[in-house]
Design a protein around this ligand. Structure first.
Ligand code: UDP
Length: 372
């Protein structure tokens, strides 16, 4: 009999728990979570208005990885929701990523025509260009465009979101939202997209609903008396906390959400509207769009970014800098020495800015590394 302990019942921990339990009937899996709910930051719930609220901000599933899509489709169906984001720039709502439609909304027609022509002369239709690369233009109109997008879409949003100037943040972060030379106004172009029809919590509940999986909530790793007795431990929590912060805390960004309920059908025209400039919040989520919830009321969440402080708020985003990568490596080495039977995964365990599909793919990869 194989005994496995999974620390964390979010999407990473629940995926690996399910994969192990399906791989062998001859194993016992215990999944613990320090919270009193499963789902981690994917947690959602139906509120009194019958609106599905994403407690930790909008989660939109998207992937081009068929394996991941097929795996999750065992536990839920997905609706056909396609995410779109608009940003308020000088009073206009413009599609994000900034694309040809955004150009038309921001500039007079003759300038928009000229810019579009020049872009299509130099780049292929459909190219996605990270803003940092896009800034390097020799043409005056295109330099103007790049500076406009940098000033109006990226710089203030990134300062609010990360509490840092964009130059201090790993380029991979702003590259997540490139300049997109296209008329496709969707936020993601992945093959598979949608929201789990009964929510993420229900999907994860089904992943954990196996005879050889036991789930224990309100349970911290420190509550486990003899961790060395497990054959394998899969740890999806913060590695610095595991090691009692012996090298100092890893930096995280947190966010908080101010929920507001309105007695009308909709508050805004779209699920997410970004406010790169002018306001303290970064974006407003209107949750009823995701599952097309029927209600006379609507619930919105204004999202405010802040530093993560131990004991005060939740970890959301690992801050991707060179120093934090080095600090993480030191922790990983020390943790593996202290717990030879432990494997790390997830946004916190790996200290990586994974989207949900990448978290699931990582669980599949760890399973292979350990068992195959
Ligand atoms: N970003 C920005 N302006 C926007 C949207 C995104 O500057 O209107 C930058 C910002 O630095 C942000 C990053 O792109 O942290 C990634 O945004 P994404 O929407 O992927 O963030 P998530 O939804 O994961 O919070």
């Amino acid at each position: 009999m194989l005994y496995c302990l999974i620390v964390g019942a979010g999407i990473s921990g629940s995926s690996i728990a399910n994969i192990i339990s399906s791989g062998s009937t001859d194993c016992k899996i215990k999944v613990i979570d320090e919270k009193n709910a499963i789902g981690g930051n994917c947690f959602d719930y139906l509120d009194e208005n019958n609106i599905m609220i994403h407690r930790y901000g909008s989660h939109i599933f998207h992937t081009s990885d068929k394996k991941v899509w097929d795996f999750l489709s065992q536990f839920t169906s997905f609706n056909t929701y396609m995410h779109r984001v608009y940003a308020v720039i000088e009073g206009n709502e413009v599609p994000i990523p900034f694309n040809f439609d955004s150009i038309r909304r921001c500039f007079p027609e003759n300038l928009a025509d000229r810019i579009e022509r020049k872009l299509l002369d130099r780049f292929e239709y459909g190219s996605k260009i990270p803003i940092r690369d896009f800034m390097e233009q020799d043409d005056e109109d295109l330099r103007f465009l790049a500076q406009y997008v940098y000033d109006n879409v990226f710089v203030h949003y990134t300062e609010k979101q990360w509490g840092k100037d964009p130059s201090q943040i790993d380029g991979a972060v702003t590259a997540r939202v490139p300049v997109y030379l296209s008329r496709d106004c969707r936020y993601f172009q992945d093959t598979y997209q949608g929201i789990p029809s009964e929510g993420y919590t229900r999907m994860i509940e089904k992943m954990l609903d196996r005879p050889n999986i036991e789930v224990k909530l309100d349970t911290d790793f420190k509550d486990i008396e003899n961790p060395e007795e497990y054959d394998h431990i899969f740890y999806t929590g913060p590695i610095d906390e595991l090691m009692d912060y012996c090298f100092g805390p890893l930096p995280y960004r947190s966010v908080h959400f101010k929920l507001e309920t309105y007695d009308r059908e909709h508050y805004q025209d779209n699920a997410v509207v970004n406010y790169p400039n002018n306001y303290d919040f970064t974006r407003i989520h209107e949750y009823k769009y995701y599952l097309n919830d029927r209600s006379d009321r609507t619930v919105i969440a204004k999202e405010y970014s802040e530093d993560f402080v131990i004991g005060k708020n939740e970890r959301y985003y690992p801050v991707p800098t060179e120093e934090s990568a080095e600090l993480y490596s030191r922790y990983l080495e020390a943790a593996k020495r202290k717990y030879p039977n432990m494997h790390f995964l997830g946004r916190l365990g790996d200290n990586k800015y994974y989207d949900m599909d990448k978290a699931v793919a990582r669980a599949m990869e760890v399973y292979k590394e350990v068992f195959e």
